[in-house]
Design a protein around this ligand. Structure first.
Ligand code: GLC
Length: 734
């Protein structure tokens, strides 16, 4: 397909149509739309007419092959130039088979499993006719009040970037024309996770340094991995809404990062420029959006209602429209849609592959690896001979898919009770309460008295997190906490399994439970994964990628915090005048990287030696499995730069390795450090590693203390380093 000649044939109205995304019901009255934002008024104001209906560029929320086929066939009968529709949707952690939510998946610390999840999601979604997924969401998050933390991979800039690349590889493969590939749309650009007060859609304000060092890198990593689209965020950055920010969308995205893919607004975020107070009308909002570089207007009506007149009156240059249309047509071409507008749509494959055994097995394995054992006072794993009382709202709840469950159906999820029944585990049962209302804790107490061990399944309803799901109180709902406290008076061991989308304040849960397993929203195979972990058929290996605070008042909290001028750790400091709370510790209750196993790992013999004058070090540590069970450990490597031109984090994750260690034995784990890991942006904008002392930590979480010091002999500039690396890589291939 020759894009330029196609562009030349298009009328202005046809060009503008390509920039508009609408709901599928516009083309298929029998479709029930997947609505992920305000809709009623938007459809009235959409600017849709019988004349332009078959000129629009894309649809949001397709979810079935038959529907996709019907819509595309009908559309192409009416589209003058035969330009096919793009079908987009939120395939965030699965399409019909639902995997654990991203914050859970991140706890696997397993890049290849994350890529596999994206791959299987794409296979299922493409069979249903999808071309684009609004994923990965790579927003860095340090505030558990924000409901969308469950969609993120957590608080670490480097790990978020590693996962971003894995998602993109899994969705896109290296050939976007493959019928089972999806184009990835990385989101939400930019820094959406830093909303003030953890309140969704709220103001984001930070230094350019903070933005560039912590919040931007994961979007760039996704783009470097080939993501073909990027979505603007609802929030302002430096006072300008991201959807109207030429700094973000042109200066950074196009000029600095050379991104040549498609930009798409978030749901009606162009129209919301009016509410932000930077546009006085829908027309002005559209003008700001297209001038900032937003190619596709998702659901606001600004482009469809006003761009034609703005072009004719020379308020907006046709060049801006052409560059946007060009990028969209190139995406459609690269997806193979001009050759085959029905690429991927396969009702037979859809029936075969959705919820296939292979995909369910993967979902179960990933759920097992995503769960994080937070406490275990010698009670887990359980023995099948133990008499169990299964209690709590999540014992039978199918609300285990999370708030972004795509086309997943709760009724297809395996509950904890289902799994115990499948395994012929005998138990007595009482619900005790719903998520937020007591049913009968008295009856639950009576049931619990019949058992040796209480298995308590508690959590948040999925509506309590996710988009627009911010909370100021991050504890479990009151009735659940009261029920737990009452059960604890029985003096029987309590195993609490948690279903939630955010880090919670778990002080009372930990106090009253002998074991606590964080299961997040584990997805379609929830119950089977939890059963296997509780009975030792699988061993917990998950590690947190976000801090769990003692109290909401500590938020935002992060392991990679700066030291401050009055840290509590200074020997002999006046205890009053240090950076602390009078009523809570500074540290998290469960820190970044934390997670227990059914065995115990110890670390020793940390050594570091410089490999050559090239400022490369090889570190080594001995990891010993002190217990009686073979198991996996996630060995983590952190680096601190104690003296620099700006205040640097107390430590930053630079690498990790999942290692299998047999019971009673040990393994040497090595790690290669190079100068790129020591670099940061200096006040003059240069990126380099300063000569001087550095500290390497190795351990099982971000609070680990085993460390060694090493020195960088001379400053290393990023440009100089990259050239050297390129020279060396060409020399090895020469
Ligand atoms: C929502 C979300 C975004 C999603 C989009 C389309 O408002 O912010 O993450 O991809 O709309 O559903």
């Amino acid at each position: 397909m020759n894009i330029e000649s196609l562009l030349e044939q298009m009328t202005l109205q046809e060009k503008i149509g390509q920039l508009v995304q609408i709901l599928p019901s516009v083309y298929d009255p029998q479709t029930s739309d997947t609505v992920t934002g305000p809709v009623a008024q938007l459809m009235e104001e959409s600017g849709l007419t019988e004349e332009n209906r078959f000129e629009l560029g894309s649809v949001i929320g397709i979810n079935q092959a038959e529907q996709a086929l019907r819509i595309q066939q009908n559309y192409l009968k009416h589209n003058r130039l035969g330009i096919p529709l793009l079908f987009m949707a939120d395939i965030v952690h699965g399409h019909r088979t639902i995997y654990p939510v991203p914050l859970a998946l991140a706890s696997m610390w397993d890049i290849s499993e994350m890529e596999l999840m994206a791959r299987q999601s794409a296979i299922e979604a493409a069979a249903s006719g999808l071309h684009v997924t609004f994923s990965p969401m790579v927003d860095l998050v340090r505030d558990a009040r924000w409901g969308r933390v469950m969609e993120s991979t957590g608080e670490d800039v480097w790990l978020n970037g590693e996962y971003a690349k894995a998602f993109v590889r899994g969705y896109q493969t290296d050939d976007l024309t493959r019928s089972d590939s999806l184009a990835a749309c990385v989101k939400h650009f930019a820094a959406y996770g830093a909303a003030e007060g953890g309140r969704d859609y709220n103001t984001v304000d930070m230094s350019d340094r903070e933005l560039r060092e912590f919040y931007l890198p994961a979007y760039l990593k996704a783009i470097e991995a080939g993501a073909r689209l990027i979505m603007t965020s609802f929030n302002v950055v430096d006072g300008v809404p991201a959807t109207a920010s030429t700094y973000l969308l042109r200066q950074i995205l196009r000029n600095e990062w050379q991104f040549d893919g498609v930009t798409i607004s978030d749901w009606s975020s162009i129209k919301e420029l009016i509410q932000h107070g930077v546009a006085g009308s829908l027309a002005e909002a559209g003008e700001k959006g297209i001038k900032a570089g937003v190619d596709i207007d998702m659901m606001s009506g600004a482009y469809l209602n006003h761009l034609e007149q703005q072009i004719e009156e020379h308020v907006v240059s046709i060049d801006l429209v052409d560059e946007a249309v060009r990028r969209i047509l190139i995406l459609k071409r690269d997806l193979g849609l001009f050759e085959n507008p029905y690429r991927g749509i396969d009702p037979e494959l859809e029936k075969r592959i959705h919820l296939s055994k292979e995909h369910r097995d993967t979902a179960r394995r990933l759920a097992e690896k995503s769960c994080v054992l937070l406490k275990n006072d010698h009670i887990l794993p359980l023995a099948e001979s133990q008499r169990i009382a299964l209690i709590g709202p999540f014992a039978t709840s199918t609300d285990v898919l999370g708030p972004w469950a795509g086309s997943g159906k709760q009724e297809e999820a395996i509950t904890v009770r289902d799994a115990l029944d499948e395994a012929n585990i005998e138990y007595v049962f009482a619900e005790g309460s719903t998520v937020d209302a007591e049913i009968d804790w008295d009856q639950a107490m009576e049931v619990a008295k019949q058992a040796e061990v209480i298995l308590l399944a508690l959590g948040e309803a999925s509506w309590m997190s996710g988009e627009a799901g911010s909370r100021t109180d991050i504890r479990l709902p009151k009735t659940q906490r009261e029920g737990l406290a009452r059960l604890a008076t029985l003096g029987k061991p309590i195993v609490t399994v948690l279903f939630n989308g955010r880090p919670l304040d778990l002080r009372d849960v930990v106090e009253h439970s002998d074991a606590v397993l964080e299961a997040w929203y584990p997805g379609t195979e929830a119950g089977r994964a939890i059963h296997r972990l509780l009975y030792g058929h699988a061993i917990p290996s998950g590690k947190l990628t976000i801090s769990f605070p003692y109290h909401v008042g500590q938020l935002p909290i992060r392991y990679d915090a700066l030291p401050t001028g009055r840290p509590m750790t200074i020997e002999g400091a006046d205890p009053r005048y240090t950076s602390k709370y009078l009523d809570a510790p500074n540290e998290a209750l469960f820190p970044f990287g934390y997670g227990l196993s059914y065995t115990h790992f110890s670390y020793s013999q940390l050594t570091l030696c410089e490999q050559s004058k090239e400022s490369i070090w090889e570190a080594s540590v001995l990891v010993t499995n002190e217990g009686t069970l073979d198991a996996e450990e996630i060995v983590q490597w952190y680096v601190q730069d104690p003296v620099a031109d700006v205040s640097r984090p107390l430590r930053q994750l630079k690498g990790y390795e999942r290692v299998f260690v047999k019971a009673g034995s040990n393994r040497e784990v090595t790690f290669r450090i190079d100068a790129s890991m020591l670099m940061y942006q200096h006040p003059d904008g240069s990126v380099k590693a300063d000569a001087g002392e550095f500290i390497l930590y190795a351990g099982s979480d971000s609070a680990c203390t085993l460390h060694e010091t090493f020195w960088l002999k001379q400053t290393v500039e990023k440009e100089q380093f990259d050239e050297h690396i390129n020279d060396r890589s060409t020399s090895t291939t020469r």
